[in-house]
Design a protein around this ligand. Structure first.
Ligand code: SF4
Length: 441
């Protein structure tokens, strides 16, 4: 993992919903970190954790449903929620939505700059503009001025298909073409960079620097290349995303391959995983990605589960799903919980788990920090495991137990006695397969 890239921090939110920072960590002598461009005054800031963002899937103007969806996404762990405001009735709904929600809200504006002005007036916490469809300089300036007056940051979200006119387009395209000529995505990268330069010039000329940038595509490799270039060229926080990634089942791989590569290289200050599925999954998977990379402190249990194999003797897939749901609902302490199908590799694979179950022969043996606490039939594994997790959580909260400690090493249960599972089966299979050798006399 490379260290996070520094950028000029922006802050999204207010006193009521709280403030969520993005980016930060510029050295104090960087022109964007202190008095510099346009007499800007912004003290160097500490690097903020990478945030998880998502977007509501329903209509913004159906206020009750929109509020309910935002509550659901907030409960799932979203740091910032975006809503679409294609029509005036959507921006008119914003004051009521903002009143009833407890998370910073971003208005997603396309085509109509007036929606941005109305959203700012309504008190929204951030605006997303698309340079591809709001290009008129006077309109962009009007939005910048409105946001500046209220200290609202703007995300400039350039997508693969966005086009913007620039006076020196030919010359700049030639320049960038020389840089990207050999590159797989050379032409698109050159256009994206040129568009961003053109657009951001308008912001800089008006002394507006509270900017985040995104450059999404449905092509994961273009996303990696585009953000890598942008990270080098612009000192603003980056909102990562693979757009139109598809349903969760395939979109997950496409998103995580691009976002994981960038984050591992220190690039990215916010992530939005976008699925053609319930956006709660976007939040859950975004958090899991950041937890897995150690970029956010895990909230709740970390589940380790074996993939199963021919040694399995319980319905581990169902058990794992049930355990996952129960842990998500009832455990807030970041304990490790292992669900293992047998004792062959289980103890090794569950090393470091605070609570573990090793199954076999329709039974499960439950361990807490290496100590065996129960042997239960398969039907009781879920309840007993959860009981032990909750008891352990309480002990951690009371200071009686520490996460990640092992009181004793896990000793694999006797496979022939207690579980009678994999080893016994394998041993008898091996015996049967071994040809008898008869000593010649
Ligand atoms: S823990 Fe046992 S059942 Fe699960 S994959 Fe490993 S060997 Fe197979």
């Amino acid at each position: 993992m490379k260290p996070r890239r520094a950028s000029r921090q922006i802050v999204v939110g207010d006193d009521r919903v709280g403030r969520v920072a993005m980016g930060g960590g510029l050295p104090s002598d960087h022109p964007m970190a202190g008095a510099g461009l346009g007499g800007l005054e912004a003290p160097p800031s500490k690097m903020a954790p990478v945030t998880v963002q998502t977007m509501t899937a329903g209509y913004t103007h159906t206020i009750d449903k929109c509020v309910a969806e935002i509550h659901k996404l907030t409960a799932a762990g979203a740091d910032i929620v975006r809503v679409a405001v294609p029509e005036k009735k959507d921006t008119q709904a914003l004051p009521e939505i903002l009143n009833q929600t407890t998370v910073p809200i971003v208005a997603d504006v396309h085509f109509h700059f007036k929606r941005a002005l109305e959203a700012v007036e309504a008190g929204v916490h951030k605006i997303r503009l698309n340079p591809g469809n709001i290009q008129d300089r006077a309109q962009v300036e009007a939005v910048i001025d409105a946001c500046k007056e209220r200290d609202i940051p703007i995300r400039v979200g350039v997508n693969e298909g966005s086009i913007i006119e620039r006076k020196d387009k030919q010359a700049r395209a030639k320049e960038l073409g020389a840089v990207f000529g050999e590159h797989k995505h050379g032409y698109l990268l050159a256009i994206m960079i040129a568009k961003l330069e053109e657009y951001l010039d308008i912001f800089y000329e008006r002394d507006f620097f509270d900017i985040a940038i995104s450059a999404k595509s449905m092509d994961a490799t273009l996303v990696i290349d585009a953000y890598t270039e942008i990270a080098e060229r612009f000192p603003h926080p980056l909102h990562l995303g693979v757009t139109h990634a598809g349903p969760k089942e395939t979109g997950c791989i496409r998103s995580v391959s691009a976002l994981g590569a960038l984050l591992a290289n220190g690039i990215g200050d916010a992530i939005r995983i976008s699925y053609a599925s319930d956006p709660v999954y976007e939040v859950e998977d975004g958090l899991e990605l950041l937890w897995s990379l150690g970029l956010r402190e895990r909230k709740g249990a970390e589940l380790i589960a074996c993939p199963t194999c021919g040694r399995i003797q319980v319905d581990l897939f169902t058990l794992t799903q049930d355990v996952r749901k129960k842990l998500a609902a009832e455990i807030q302490v970041p304990m490790k919980v292992a669900v293992m199908g047998c004792v062959v590799n289980g103890p090794g694979e569950a090393e470091g788990a605070d609570v573990a179950v090793f199954a076999g022969d329709r039974k499960g043996i439950i361990y807490v920090q290496g100590e065996k606490v129960a042997t239960v039939p398969e039907t009781e594994i879920l309840d007993r495991l959860l009981t032990e997790c909750k008891a352990f959580q309480q002990r951690v909260r009371d200071g009686e137990a520490e996460l990640g400690q092992k009181r004793v090493d896990i000793v694999p249960p006797d496979p022939e006695g207690e579980l009678g599972s994999g080893w016994e089966k394998m041993a008898s299979e091996r015996l049967a397969a071994t040809p008898l050798t008869v000593r010649e006399t």
